[in-house]
Design a protein around this ligand. Structure first.
Ligand SMILES: Nc1ncnc2c1ncn2[C@@H]1O[C@H](COP(=O)(O)OP(=O)(O)O)[C@@H](O)[C@H]1O
Ligand SMILES: [Mg+2]
Length: 258
């Protein structure tokens, strides 16, 4: 595999609760490279969501570091190129890391179009005209151009999740984080959401995906991480992880899910 530029370097990342009695993350070290489609698998409670949410600081890590674009984002302040101490801009950071959750998180009282233009207008200062144009183009990309004026409740789960994905894309993120985006969907809608994710991967989007869709992991992922008990127990290509798993916990996990 060609070497890729690293985008996010995670070192010894920890998230402890209750004085360290709960170790949701217990020293995770890995590098996310530009263009990676990293798939994170593991049993429930293994720290997958905590890992993902730590990357864009929805969780505040209790130890370790996350270097993104040369800055340790786990520190509230850092020294810029001029040597000046500046405050970390969490909003700016989150713009660069789009996140899609299991439960769509669309605003129920707003139309699909309003959901789409809100952040680009508010956070990026786009004009309504520009934001709407962009939103309609993105909706068209996922086959939902004709649903712009509908409300979330009028959409199926699969449609809502496709909107959630393009809503995140409207911010032109550097990386997209997916936390079990298909887990809440009826089975017949899983494919349409995975297809959108596959398209994104093909276009070279950097993605970190927590998922139970092992077919997706094999077919689309270039790296698979297996977590258990807050630790990264094994990492490899889909072939290494699925055909030649080394760790016993991973072997046991795969025997249950495959
Ligand atoms: N706010 C919290 N307080 C205490 N424990 C938590 C909290 N959030 C998560 N945990 C614990 O951290 C562990 C990892 O959780 P999570 O990252 O959600 O796992 P996963 O996404 O792999 O199912 C679990 O044991 C969970 O109970
Ligand atoms: Mg989770």
């Amino acid at each position: 595999m060609a070497t890729r530029d690293s985008l996010i370097q995670v070192t010894d990342l920890k998230k402890h609760y209750k004085m360290g009695t709960i170790k949701a993350l217990d020293g995770v070290t890995t590098t996310i490279n530009k263009g990676d489609v990293m798939v994170v698998i593991g049993p429930s409670g293994s720290g997958k969501s905590t890992f993902l949410r730590s990357l864009n600081l929805l969780e505040e890590p209790t130890g370790g570091s996350i270097i993104f674009e040369g800055v340790d984002i786990t520190k509230k302040k850092y020294k810029n190129a001029q040597g000046k101490t500046v405050k970390l801009d969490i909003d700016a950071l989150r713009q660069k890391m789009g996140m899609v959750f299991q439960h769509f998180n669309l605003f129920p009282h707003m139309t699909i179009l309003e959901n789409m233009v809100l952040a680009p207008m508010k956070v990026r200062g786009m004009s309504r005209e520009e934001a709407e144009k962009k939103a309609r183009a993105l909706l068209d990309r996922v086959g939902l151009a004709d649903r712009a004026d509908a409300y979330p409740i009028q959409l199926s789960g699969g449609q809502k999740q496709r909107v959630a994905i393009v809503r995140a894309l409207a911010m032109e993120p550097e990386v997209m984080l997916f936390d079990e985006p298909t887990s809440a969907l009826d089975p017949e809608m899983v494919g349409e959401v995975l297809d959108v994710m596959k398209e994104l991967a093909k276009e070279g989007m950097t993605m970190v995906c927590v998922t139970h869709e092992m077919g997706f992991a094999r077919e689309v992922g270039n790296r698979v991480l297996f977590m258990a008990d807050g630790k990264l127990l094994e990492e490899g290509t889909p072939e290494q992880i699925f055909e030649h798993p080394q760790n016993l916990r991973l072997q046991d996990f795969l025997s249950k899910v495959l």
